[in-house]
Ligand binder design. Structure first.
Ligand code: HEM
Ligand code: HEM
Length: 135
């Protein structure tokens, strides 16, 4: 198993743990509901998407009988997906607790990094799986 594949699976489980604790905290304290976006995206982009990236990178090329076309791009996607998610949610939370234009700009910029990481997965998977991507 590639190192970045293993890392995707490990961090996805950590995000599940964090977001579940956060979900309980939100049930406990109504005021934390203002961070619902953080909980839902720790889950959807952290737990669900990263588990799918990890399993997808490992299994889908094997199903199609072709190696992953750009393993280095997979490694880059690991770092950009995590930096994008953590940065987006951190600056979103700071902006909720003490609103500042710089926080919301930073949150959008890290969201852009997250979208870039999604584009890397999209490209790498299609380049591997589509017949023209065979090497
Ligand atoms: C112990 C585990 C969890 C707890 C205690 C929990 C708790 C909560 C709470 C209190 C809310 C706010 C609901 C509201 O708006 O009234 C919420 C929203 C949400 N949760 Fe969780 N959650 C848990 C796990 C998960 C998991 C595993 C996922 C996804 C795989 C998830 C996805 C979401 C999403 C997408 C929302 C936003 C839903 C909406 O806006 O209507 N949660 N959760
Ligand atoms: C770069 C990627 C993404 C960005 C920037 C993003 C951004 C957003 C924003 C701004 C909202 C509205 C939050 C609010 O009402 O306060 C939202 C809601 C939501 N998004 Fe995303 N999203 C992304 C990816 C995803 C993905 C991949 C999923 C599912 C797999 C997802 C599931 C949801 C759900 C279920 C809601 C409604 C629950 C909530 O209000 O938190 N998002 N998203």
């Amino acid at each position: 198993m590639d190192r970045f594949v293993r890392n995707f699976i490990i961090v996805s489980i950590i995000y599940l743990g964090l977001s579940s604790i956060m979900g309980i905290a939100m049930l406990w304290k109504q005021s934390l509901m203002s961070l619902k976006f953080v909980h839902s995206h720790l889950n959807m982009l952290g737990w669900v998407s990263m588990m799918i990236y990890g399993v997808g990178y490992h299994v889908l090329p094997r199903f199609s009988g072709r190696p992953l076309k750009h393993p280095k791009m997979g490694e880059l996607q690991f770092w950009t997906a995590n930096a994008g998610l953590i940065g987006m949610l951190l600056f979103y939370s700071l902006n909720i607790s003490a609103p500042k234009a710089a926080y919301s700009t930073a949150s959008v910029a890290f969201g852009g990094l997250e979208v870039f990481s999604i584009a890397l997965f999209f490209y790498n998977m299609l380049a591997t799986l589509l017949p023209g991507g065979q090497h």
